[in-house]
Design a protein around this ligand. Structure first.
Ligand SMILES: Cc1cc2nc3c(=O)[nH]c(=O)nc-3n(C[C@H](O)[C@H](O)[C@H](O)COP(=O)(O)OP(=O)(O)OC[C@H]3O[C@@H](n4cnc5c(N)ncnc54)[C@H](O)[C@@H]3O)c2cc1C
Length: 344
């Protein structure tokens, strides 16, 4: 008989896990009250192979990237809607140190096919401030999280497998008799869950702007990156962000976040832009910046799948499959992501 599993939270993590389990034949129900600002509703869903000040290659990119691409492309076939967008990233380099560091990286054998140096800013050429050098990042992509979430919501709702309830550590005992497993995928809100409060959370809030660039009438097919990232959403609209705040009161947008993004945009663009919307949310991050999955010691049927941090698009499909195999076939959890690494 197939296992009955309740997934709590319909952000990216809950969606990908629920879909993966259902594809494996599990009897899955999803619940979300959909009233909290979800990271997945605010994020751009960017997958960037080369990140940070040192332009380091993302953790296990060669394994996670093809896995993610196949997952999202299968899902978009089921959804009948594009979810995965291949876009190169144009990295603006504004100092000799940055240019040298970039050239050094681009020349390394394991960066071949990922990063190179160019003399122009591609379809951004007429919009960027003068004085930059350009690094190009290939094998980057954007995953349309809102489209993915809408499809999963509709798919589970159509089978009466979507509940609009708030399951918490306080009332989870009411649900336990009805399921083999209950998995909390609450994103940042998971750090308030009494069953998982002992985890070393280091969640990071971010503000993002939706902007319109009136002069960008042609279809821009690449992403522009300096400290923040500008991503085309079509029809002259762009996603721009994001800052990282490790100390914050709530998930609401702040004036400080607005100013930060606006002033970063001005260092990148010489063309006029209009701010259409300002939003914020919190990335669910653990101190070691690795996902977390496994079981509560107090409630052994209750588990967690969380901690995708700022790389949810890249990491979630691979680790959802890993956790699903563990749940359905008893395979061991990798110690890098197992909740047991935090003791208790
Ligand atoms: C500003 C910003 C920019 C980002 N940019 C990118 C990017 O470009 N690329 C990338 O890969 N990642 C990015 N991220 C990170 C990405 O958003 C996360 O890794 C991912 O969305 C986390 O998904 P999640 O499902 O864990 O959490 P969330 O998306 O926050 O979802 C949690 C869900 O759980 C629900 N929930 C919580 N508690 C309960 C409960 N008790 N009962 C029922 N439902 C509950 C909430 O309503 C919510 O829908 C960004 C994040 C932010 C904040």
């Amino acid at each position: 008989m197939s296992k009955k599993i309740l997934v709590v939270g319909q952000g990216l993590a809950g969606c990908v896990l629920a879909w993966t389990l259902a594809q494996e034949g599990a009897d899955v129900t999803v619940t979300d009250h959909l009233q909290l600002p979800a990271a997945s509703a605010v994020a751009a869903g960017l997958i960037n192979p080369v990140t940070g000040k040192r332009y380091a290659k993302s953790w296990n990119f060669e394994v996670f990237y093809p896995f993610a691409m196949q997952f999202y492309q299968n899902l978009e076939r089921a959804a009948g809607q594009q979810i995965w967008f291949n876009y190169p990233i144009i990295r603006l380099l504004n100092s000799v140190i940055e240019q040298n560091e970039w050239s050094l990286r681009a020349g390394q054998p394991d960066y071949a096919g990922f990063a190179d140096v160019q003399t122009h800013a591609g379809d951004w050429e007429t919009f960027v401030q003068p004085g930059f050098a350009y690094g190009y990042i290939h094998r980057a992509a954007r995953v349309n999280f809102p489209a993915l979430r809408a499809f999963i919501h509709q798919w589970f709702s159509a089978q009466n497998r979507f509940l609009h309830t708030h399951v918490t550590a306080n009332n989870v005992a009411d649900y336990i008799p009805h399921y083999d497993h209950i998995i909390f995928s609450e994103g940042y809100y998971g750090q308030k869950n009494a069953l998982f409060q002992h985890l070393p959370w280091l969640s990071a809030k971010g503000d993002v702007l939706m902007i319109r660039i009136p002069a960008a009438t042609a279809d821009i097919q690449s992403i522009l990156k300096k400290q923040i990232t500008i991503i085309p959403y079509g029809d002259g609209l762009f996603w721009a962000g994001a800052n990282y705040y490790w100390e914050f009161e709530d998930a609401n947008p702040t004036q400080q976040g607005l100013e930060f993004n606006r002033s970063e945009l001005r260092t990148m663009l010489r063309t006029h832009f209009e701010i259409v919307e300002h939003r914020a949310a919190v990335r669910p991050v653990l101190k070691d910046r690795r996902p977390v999955m496994g079981w509560s010691t107090e409630q052994p049927k209750v588990g967690i799948f969380n901690g995708m941090g700022s790389k949810g698009a890249l990491l979630t499909p691979f680790w959802a499959a890993h956790f699903a195999q563990h749940m359905l076939h008893g395979t061991a959890l990798d110690s890098t992501v197992d909740i047991k690494r935090f003791g208790r």
